[in-house]
Design a protein around this ligand. Sequence first.
Ligand SMILES: N[C@@H](CCC(=O)N[C@@H](CS)C(=O)NCC(=O)O)C(=O)O
Length: 204
Amino acid sequence: MKLIISLTSPFARKARIVMAEKRIECDIVVDAPWGPDTQTPRYNPLGKVPVLVLDDGATLFDSRVIVEYLDSISPVGRVIPDGGGRQRIAVRRWEALADGLVDAAVATYLERKRPAQQQNPVWITRQQTKVAAALEALAHDLGGKPWCSGDVFGLADIALGCALGYLDLRFPDIGWRKTYPNLTAHAAKLAERPSFTDTAPPVS
Ligand SMILES: N[C@@H](CCC(=O)N[C@@H](CS)C(=O)NCC(=O)O)C(=O)O
């Protein structure tokens, strides 16, 4: 099995953290999906990382599908509650919200990389509004609980940690730590886990 990633992708980081928590061995292949020599479209027609290539050559994407697959192949360190029901859906909702925050942040980052005269300020504001609203909702939903969903560490915490890590990487000016002390404490708690420290994005 091999996982195609970029070192800065929070979606790829989510899959890597799940692998580490579940002690799943996998080759890691680093690619630059935005680069001219990217190999990612050979494995994912959408040209996005992460992609999980199974031993029989089957390819899995996106990160949510990969995470669900990883959790299904080993009972060790389950990150999604077993069985159906509200607990499982609650975790997937956390993931959707955290991933959605990242989608809006990535859209802002890419728009700002365009030449100044081609940037659309209305679009940027729209995406920034989503980031701010998502942060508020995440902080509200976490409240004073020790973990995002249920009483154990899981995918909801992983997705949240990856989203906050991406903000630190690309938008240090947002200053979410000042506004949301509970998210700050949660991020600090997650940062103690080797799965998080070993996958931290390189500072560029
Ligand atoms: N929903 C996808 C999003 C993946 C994604 O947007 N990956 C970015 C890197 S953070 C990418 O590869 N972008 C390249 C492109 O859009 O061409 C997932 O969860 O895996």
